[in-house]
Design a protein around this ligand. Sequence first.
Ligand SMILES: [Zn+2]
Length: 82
Amino acid sequence: MKKYKVIKCINCGKISVTFAEKVFRCTYCNKTCKFIKKRQIGLSVNILKSFDNPRQATEFCKIAKDKLKNKGKLANSGFYEN
Ligand SMILES: [Zn+2]
């Protein structure tokens, strides 16, 4: 996992960047979520993509927000990193 993560909040759906390692706190709704390892099921943080470079992460965050605004959803676009 790279340091800077672009995350979609499971509670409010807003996208933001974090460099937290274990727990993410949404800056919009203040909800905290733990990061999960792959294959774990349940409520978790949606990591869209991760980066080593904070500028790249911020750029991606902007793009993701635009996509969300334009299309209403990110699914079916190959957008998720998996
Ligand atoms: Zn939120």
